[in-house]
Design a protein around this ligand. Structure first.
Ligand code: PEP
Ligand code: MG
Length: 590
C-alpha cells in the first residue's frame, strides 16, 4: 500500500480484465461478532422485546426486498429466483427458532445474540443428521436468517445486491457465486473483495459477466469508505482509491487504449483458430448462465466445452425439475447448434454455495462430499439431471462430462446409472442420442496416475486445471494467502498435463483443458505444444487466444516448451515464457 497523489493504491489479484472508474458501495458481508452476556432478572423482558423487534424488522426487510424484486425492471443475471425469500420468511415464524430463543433468553438470563446462537447451533446439528440433502442444505438458510436477525439486533444496516439502483463498484469481504449471479449488470460496474483468488468461482463469474474485478485485497473493506471514487484496473490488479484528476485522466486514456484493443480482437472472432504453420486447435466456451450465450456466439466459440450446471441450482429454494433442466439444455443446444455442447453434471461443493458462510464446520469442503461423490450418494438428484441431459441430446450434439472422478469404481457407477436412465427413457419411448459421448474431468492426481485405465472407460478427457493445480500443489484455490503459490507453469503441472495428453492420445481419445489456464494469452504456446486438442475458456478470452494462435508457429511453441522442460522452477519458466511472448507478440503483451 502506498500514499501518493491519490488517497491509497492497493495491489490485488486481477481476475476480470477491463478498467472502471466509479463510486464505492460497501456490502457488509462480515460475520457479526458477539459474546455471551448475563442479563439481570428485571431486564429479561426488555431483552426478549429487543429480540422480537429484530425479528419483526427482519420480516419487514424481507417483504420489502421481495416486493421490490418482483417489480424490478433491472436485468439480473440469475433470473432472480425469489423463493428463497419465502423460505426465510417462514423461518422467521418458526417456533423452533423464535420461541426457543425467547425461552433461552428467559431460562438462561442471557443476551438475545447469545441465545440465538445457542438455538441456531442446536438446529443446525439437527439438520446435519437429516439424510435428505435438500433439507440438510436448509442449514445454510438458517445461518442466513440468523445473521439477518443479528444484524438488526446490533443495529447494522443491511445490504441486498438486488436493491442497488445506481451505477456502483461493489466492495465486499467476500461474494458468493450466488451473489455474483444476481448482480444487476446495468448497475454493478466492478467489484473488489478482501478474499478470493483467480480460480475462485466468484472470479469465474466476474469474467462470465464481463465485470472488471480485483480480489484478494485482504483489507479493502477496511480502507474504503462508501462513496469514495475508485479506479479498478482489472488487468494489473491495481486499485486506486480517491484518485486525483490527473490520475483519473491517465486511467481514462488507459481505458480508451484497452477498449481499442478489445475492438481489434473482435475482428478475430470468426477466423479459424489455426497457427501460421496450419496447426488447428478447437476453442470452445465455458458457460455458467444462459444469459452469456449471445457473447459466447459473438466471440466465435466453436461450441461449449464446459457448461457448469450448478448455477441452475442456485438462488432458489427447491431443486430444478427434470423439465427445467431439459428446457435449459435444449435452449442451450439450439442456440449453439450445429456446434457441440458438453454438459458437466452437478459439481456442487467447494466454494460453491459455501463462500459467504462460516467455514469452521466444513473443515475441508474442497475435499468433501462434492461433485460426482455427492451425485452418487444422492442418486435421485443425479438421475433427474441425467434424464434431462439425455432427452436434450435428441436436439443437437451433446456430450456428458462427470466432474472430480478419482478412480474406476466412480466412473463405472456413474456410467451404470446413465445406462439405467437410458433404459427407462427407452421404456417410456422418449428419444435421445444413443451414442452420446461420455467424458470425465481430470482434476484429481489419482486420475492422472491411472489416466491409461480411465481412458478405456470414456470417450474424452477434459483437464480441470483449477482443481488439478489445487490438489497437485496443495494450494487452496480460494485462499488469497497462498495465491502466490498457485502456479500453472509449475514444472509439476506441465509434466502432469503432458502425461495426461500423451496417455489420452495413446488410447485414441481427445483431450481438452477447461480450467482458467486455457484462457490465458500467456500460456497459448505452451498449451499448443503440449498437444491439447481443445481449449475451453470464458468467452471473452476466445478472440485473445485466437489472435495469438494465428500469429504463432507450432514449431516455435514446441521449442519454447522444450526449453521450459529443462527449467526447474515455476519462477524461471514464467519469466522465460513472459519474455518470449513479449518478444514474439509485442502488441498483445506490452
Ligand atoms: C476446474 O477445476 O478446472 C474446472 C473447470 O471446474 P471448476 O472450476 O468448476 O471446479
Ligand atoms: Mg473443478
Amino acid at each position: 500500500m502506498e500514499l501518493q497523489e491519490h488517497k491509497l493504491k492497493l495491489q490485488g489479484i486481477a481476475v476480470s480484465p477491463g478498467i472502471v472508474i466509479g463510486k464505492a458501495y460497501l456490502l457488509d458481508r462480515k460475520r457479526i461478532r458477539h459474546i455471551e452476556k448475563p442479563i439481570k432478572n428485571n431486564k429479561v423482558d426488555h431483552e426478549v422485546n429487543r429480540f422480537l423487534e429484530a425479528v419483526n424488522l427482519s420480516k419487514l426487510q424481507l417483504q420489502s426486498i421481495k416486493d421490490k424484486a418482483t417489480k424490478a425492471e433491472v436485468t439480473t443475471a440469475g433470473h432472480g429466483h425469489l423463493y428463497i425469500i419465502d423460505v426465510h420468511l417462514l423461518f422467521l415464524e418458526d417456533k423452533m427458532l423464535i420461541d426457543e430463543t425467547v425461552d433461552t433468553i428467559k431460562s438462561k438470563e442471557i443476551n438475545a445474540e447469545w441465545a440465538l446462537r445457542l438455538v441456531v447451533n442446536k438446529l443446525q446439528a439437527v439438520f446435519d443428521n437429516i439424510e435428505d440433502v435438500y433439507f440438510r442444505e436448509r442449514k445454510n438458510d438458517i445461518a442466513h436468517i440468523a445473521e439477518r436477525i443479528l444484524r438488526n439486533l446490533v443495529g447494522r444496516e443491511e445490504d441486498n445486491i438486488i436493491e442497488i439502483d445506481e451505477e456502483i463498484i461493489i466492495i465486499a469481504h467476500d461474494l458468493s457465486p450466488a451473489d455474483t449471479a444476481q448482480m444487476s449488470l446495468n448497475k454493478v460496474k466492478g467489484f473488489l473483495t478482501d478474499v478470493g483468488s483467480k480460480t475462485s468461482h466468484t472470479a469465474i463469474m466476474a469474467r462470465s459477466l464481463k465485470i472488471p474485478a480485483v480480489v484478494g485485497l485482504e483489507m479493502v473493506t477496511e480502507v474504503i469508505t462508501a462513496g469514495d471514487t475508485i479506479i479498478i484496473d482489472g488487468i494489473s490488479g491495481i486499485v486506486i482509491i480517491g484518485p486525483t484528476p490527473e490520475v483519473i485522466k491517465d486511467y481514462k486514456n488507459k481505458k480508451a487504449d484497452y477498449d481499442e484493443y478489445e475492438k481489434k480482437l473482435i475482428k478475430f472472432k470468426k477466423l479459424p483458430a489455426v497457427t501460421r504453420d496450419c496447426r488447428k486447435i478447437v476453442l470452445t466456451a465455458n458457460v455458467e448462465l444462459l444469459e452469456e450465450l449471445p457473447t459466447t456466439i459473438e466471440y466465435g466459440a466453436e461450441g461449449i466445452g464446459l457448461y457448469r450446471t450448478e448455477f441452475l441450482y442456485m438462488n432458489r429454494k427447491d431443486l430444478p425439475s427434470e423439465e427445467e433442466h431439459f428446457q435449459t439444455y435444449k435452449e442451450l443446444l439450439e442456440m449453439i447448434s450445429p456446434n457441440p455442447v458438453t454438459i458437466r453434471t452437478l459439481d456442487i461443493g467447494g466454494d460453491k454455495f459455501l463462500s459467504q458462510l462460516d467455514l469452521a464446520e466444513e473443515m475441508n469442503p474442497a475435499m468433501g462430499l462434492r461433485a460426482i461423490r455427492f451425485c452418487l450418494k444422492e442418486k435421485e438428484i443425479f438421475k433427474t439431471q441425467l434424464r434431462a441431459i439425455l432427452r436434450a441430446s435428441h436436439y443437437g450434439e451433446l456430450k456428458i462430462m462427470f466432474p472430480m472422478i478419482s478412480g474406476i469404481p466412480e466412473i463405472r457407477e456413474a456410467k451404470g446409472i446413465l445406462e439405467e436412465v437410458k433404459t427407462s427413457l427407452k421404456k417410456d419411448g422418449i428419444p435421445f442420442d444413443e451414442n452420446i459421448q461420455v467424458g470425465i474431468m481430470i482434476e484429481i492426481p489419482s486420475a492422472v496416475t491411472i489416466a491409461d485405465l480411465l481412458a478405456k472407460e470414456v470417450g474424452f478427457f477434459s483437464i480441470g486445471t483449477n482443481d488439478l493445480i489445487q490438489y497437485s500443489l496443495a494450494i487452496d484455490r480460494v485462499n488469497e494467502h497462498v495465491a502466490y503459490l498457485y502456479e500453472p507453469l509449475h514444472p509439476a503441472v506441465l509434466r502432469t498435463i503432458k502425461h495426461i495428453v500423451d496417455t489420452a492420445h495413446a488410447a485414441g481419445i481427445k483431450v481438452s483443458i477447461c480450467g482458467e489456464m486455457a484462457g490465458e494469452q500467456e500460456y497459448v504456446l505452451i498449451l499448443l505444444a503440449l498437444g491439447l486438442d481443445q481449449l475451453s475458456m470464458n468467452s471473452m478470452s476466445i478472440p485473445r487466444v485466437k489472435k495469438i494462435l494465428r500469429q504463432a508457429y507450432f514449431r516455435d511453441a514446441h521449442e519454447l516448451l522444450e526449453k521450459c522442460f529443462q527449467m526447474s522452477t515455476a519462477y524461471e519458466i514464467e519469466k522465460y515464457v513472459r519474455q518470449q511472448m513479449l518478444t514474439k507478440f509485442p502488441d498483445d503483451f506490452s
